[in-house]
Structure formats: C-alpha cells, structure tokens
Ligand binder design. Structure first.
Ligand code: SF4
Length: 288
C-alpha cells in the first residue's frame, strides 16, 4: 500500500531567519567590494553557512581589528558591549536581530527596571538567551537564567528573598516548560509578572506539528541538532508518536525499518532548515 506522507505547512524558515538570510545575501550583492562578516553563525544550519561562505560572506567569532567592512548582528541579537566593540573597531553594523527577540529584550529590561527579580526561562549558553541577559543586566543585577524548574531550585533562597518575580522566556521554548516554571514560582511570589515571549512562529509550528503527529505513526523532524527550536520540536513530538530527528536525507537510511513499517508519515522542520533540504527528504521518503 502506498504510504501517506504529509509535510507540515509551517516547516522551514520562519520570517526572522528568512529576513536574516535574504538581507545578508542582498548586502553582499549590493556591496561586492566590501568585506561582510557575521558574528557567530547566522542561523544554525551548516548548509546555509557554507553557502554564505561561497558568496564571500565570513562567519567569525572575533572580528579582525582593521574595522574594514560590514558586521551583521544575527537574528539571536547581541549584548550591548558587543555592539559597542564592533563600533569601536570601525565596522558598519547591520542589526538583523529578529523583532520577536527584540521584544523579549525589551520586556526583560522593563521587568528589571520595575524592580522584579528577572527569570529568563531558556538555555543559559544559547546566544539569544545570553543577549537577553546581557541587555537586562545593563539595567539591574538581579537576573537568573534557568532552562527548567529543576535548575531553578538552586536559586530558591534568592527567589524567596525577592518575592516580586518577573519572567520572560526564550522565543523557541515549549509552553509546557514555561507553565511548570510559573507553577513552581507561584508559592514564593507576592507579585509575579509573566511575559509569554515564545514567538508566534514557534507556537504555530509546534501546534501544527502536534496535530500532524496525532495522525501519524512516524514523525520526521528535519533540522540541525544545534537548533533549539528543532530539538524542542523533536522532544514534543516524541511524546505523541514515534519520532526521528535528522539533519539531511542522508540519515534516513539509518531508520529504514521504521520508515518501511510506517503507513502515515508526518514531516516537519525547524525554523533554520532550508527548503531544499526538506524537499530532498520528501523526495526520498516518497520513493520508499
Ligand atoms: S524562531 Fe521566532 S524569534 Fe527566532 S528568528 Fe524565527 S520568528 Fe524570530
């Protein structure tokens, strides 16, 4: 019997990633004589990074000192000191921080300024979270980053002391995680202000994928293992149905027996997965 293979409508680039990739390429096209640097990977996808490099766009962790050219701030945003340093080196800055990430930074600053103990729900090492924290800390010291309820426990004394608690969340987190953090904090707080800053693109993608998973006996999630939103998708879906997370179609053969035994297969992809990679996966699945 022919397999029923369905691709989620919201698979692939979100508007923030699309804007970052398209603007970066356009900048190089319009300024072929200028050196263009991206501080950190523009998006978490090695295919896109290689493509940018083939166009002469450099991905760097540290900018050369000569200050010659354009420096792109990626969609994750950056700390105020980073902007300052880039300016001091003499680069022209093109800020491609996603507008949804900017909103989280603003809400975080607002909470710190209003005197709340700020809790950022997210992965401490993730560049978006580091930038939110750094922006908030220029307005006040009391900031805690915690990926989940368990990691908040070590800050219990500090939380009890403050009683006024403000919460923001990394744009690509799971709503269930935010809910459990808020439930944990409630008994300690006299006042609690929560901004649900999970971006619309992430919530809609997760909701659609969950529905697709309910009618599928196998879900295939396509995207980098380094991408937070892609890994969260795979985590969520594995609680609903059998789920595999692959970076490209090459990995499909590892799962041959799973794929062969599945009748209804759903496919979704993270916000940093290019259309071409998704199309290759669909092609291969359709040929099983
Ligand atoms: S996942 Fe959301 S916050 Fe992140 S770049 Fe895309 S739209 Fe912006």
């Amino acid at each position: 019997m022919k397999k029923n293979i369905k691709l989620a409508k919201l698979a692939g680039f979100c508007y923030g990633v699309k804007r970052a990739v398209e603007t970066t390429k356009k900048l190089k096209k319009e300024n072929p004589e200028k050196e263009i640097f991206v501080l950190g990977e523009l998006i978490h996808n090695s295919h896109v990074i290689n493509e940018l490099s083939s166009l002469g766009i450099h991905t760097v962790d540290e900018l050369p000192d000569n200050g010659d050219g354009i420096c792109i701030i990626r969609s994750h945003g950056a700390a105020p000191e980073v902007f300052e340093k880039v300016k001091q080196k003499g680069y022209e800055i093109v800020d491609l921080t996603c507008l949804d990430v900017k909103k989280v930074q603003q809400k975080a600053i607002q909470l710190v300024e209003e005197g709340f103990l700020l809790i950022i729900v997210g992965k401490p090492e993730h560049p978006e979270v580091c930038a939110i924290k750094a922006n908030a800390q220029t307005h006040g010291e009391h900031v805690i980053v915690a990926p989940d309820t368990d990691s908040l426990k070590e800050y219990e004394d500090e939380i009890k002391k403050h009683k006024r608690i403000g919460v923001v969340v990394q744009t690509t987190q799971r709503i269930e995680n935010l809910q459990s953090v808020v439930n944990y904090l409630l008994p300690f707080a006299r006042e609690i202000k929560v901004f649900n800053t999970i971006c619309a693109s992430t919530s809609m993608r997760q909701a659609e994928a969950k529905n697709l998973a309910k009618e599928s006996d196998l879900m295939v999630v396509v995207g980098s293992k380094k991408s937070a939103n892609t890994t969260h998708l795979a985590e969520i879906l594995s609680g609903i149905t059998r789920t595999i997370h692959i970076e490209t179609d090459d990995e499909l053969e590892k799962y041959n027996s799973l794929i062969e035994s599945a009748q209804n297969i759903g496919v979704t992809a993270g916000a940093s997965t290019p259309d071409m990679i998704i199309a290759n996966v669909m092609n291969k699945l359709n040929n099983y």
